[in-house]
Ligand binder design. Structure first.
Ligand code: SOE
Length: 395
């Protein structure tokens, strides 16, 4: 008998849609005991929220998030609204004993993220942050390959996350879909928005980042605010590059911008170790590239004339998540990364082994983001203060 998981969704933007799709499709693809019920969607604009509720099948609309977090018929509060709202909603949701799912980045800064982590832990409520790229089958396969010891001692980690949608100085800052350009709402620019993804993936694959040195740049200095119409100084980082040291002794480079003409969502990483390397590029999401220096032949590891990069099409049923979908050779898409994340979360509730990244794990990513921004301000190497334990724990 299915157990209802009654959802209160805060926000109806890009992420409100991506998360809602996951709730709707969960039971079609995953044999879990819980059945999501879309109870309420909340947004300030009642008309838009109503239209959203009709499309996605939410039973009711609220315009005050407090009504959702206090409602007795809600089990899970999903925070898909802009970054400056995460803190207050998460604290109230935890206080009311709700499960909390939160869009990335967890918070505006480490201080908020720490309080949010304490709140969900004190309340003992299941929690997770939607770092969806961990759920790309090819990225999950990279983790498996690393765990199997096939990369050997890691030396280099290289990540890029490039987009191009803010190049025009005519793009306004603030308002509706443009809040990502408004530092008072987003907290930061590409560091919290894009590098948070790269950092989450990097620490999941290669362990804690201990020190960073960073440089940020703001190319367009002033933009019109979409709501007030005033031309105001731009406070976000348009681009950010940083060097990193990992606890395992390897070193990393991270590059992110929204000014890379032609790059729409170019999210890549490469890890080079003594015995092998992995490379991933989100523009070819179903492929993982793997280089194995020595291969097993007659029980011995040898380098041969056939040694080279392999481009693995991660669509077989033995690849992560793929047994839930179609036949080998057929792909899944961006939306399935959210579905896979939700499935992991629900299976975590059912098995008692919580899915990652929970708030404490995402707090570590927030620490790296804050250290990056601090380093960009001072020009100095900066300790991240990442709790090694919290990154190292189960996936
Ligand atoms: C920014 O353009 C953005 O929408 C991010 O906010 C998402 O987290 C990322 O996955 C896609 O790009």
């Amino acid at each position: 008998m299915a157990k209802e998981l009654r959802v209160g969704m805060i926000g109806y933007g890009f992420m409100g849609r991506a998360h809602s799709n996951a709730y709707k499709r969960l039971n079609d693809f995953f044999a879990v005991q819980h059945r999501p019920v879309l109870k309420a969607v909340c947004a300030r604009n009642a008309e838009k929220a109503k239209a959203f509720a009709e499309i996605w099948g939410y039973e009711r609309v609220e315009t005050d998030w407090r009504k959702v977090v206090e409602a007795p018929d809600i089990d899970l509060v999903d925070i898909g609204s802009p970054n400056d709202t995460h803190y207050e909603i998460a604290l109230a949701a935890a206080k009311n004993g709700k499960m909390v799912l939160c869009e990335k980045p967890l918070a505006m800064n480490v201080q908020q993220a720490e309080e949010m982590t304490k709140a969900v832990e004190a309340a003992g409520v299941p929690n997770m942050v939607w770092f969806n790229y961990r759920r790309v089958p090819a990225i999950a396969l990279a983790r498996q390959i690393i765990d199997e010891g096939r990369i050997g001692q890691p030396f280099h980690y290289r990540a890029t996350y490039l987009q191009d949608w803010t190049i025009s100085p005519d793009v306004p800052q603030g308002g509706a879909a443009l809040w990502r350009l408004d530092a008072s709402v987003a907290g930061s620019g590409v560091t919290g928005d894009l590098l948070a993804h790269s950092i989450d993936t990097a620490m999941w694959l290669n362990g804690p980042i201990t020190r960073v040195v960073a440089k940020t740049q703001t190319f367009v200095k002033e933009r019109k605010h979409a709501v007030t119409g005033k031309v105001e100084p731009v406070q976000i980082d348009d681009a950010c590059m940083f060097l990193a040291e990992f606890a395992n002794g390897s070193m990393g480079t991270f590059e992110s911008t929204r000014y890379a003409r032609g790059r729409k969502n170019f999210n890549t990483f490469e890890l080079n170790g003594a015995d092998g390397s992995v490379y991933f590029d989100l523009e070819e999401p179903e492929y993982l590239q793997f280089f194995e220096y020595k291969q097993l032949q007659s029980g011995k590891k040898v380098e041969s004339h056939l040694t080279g990069w392999r481009k693995i099409h991660t669509t077989n049923s033995e690849h992560p998540y793929m047994s839930h979908y179609w036949v080998p050779g057929t792909c899944i898409g961006y939306e399935h990364t959210f579905l896979n994340a939700l499935a992991d979360f629900v299976m975590g509730i059912e098995s008692g082994k919580p899915a990652q990244p929970d708030f404490r794990n995402a707090l570590q990513t927030q620490k790296v983001c804050d250290a990056v921004l601090e380093s960009a301000r001072t020009g100095r190497w900066t300790e991240t203060g990442v709790e090694l334990e919290a990154v190292g724990k189960a996936s």
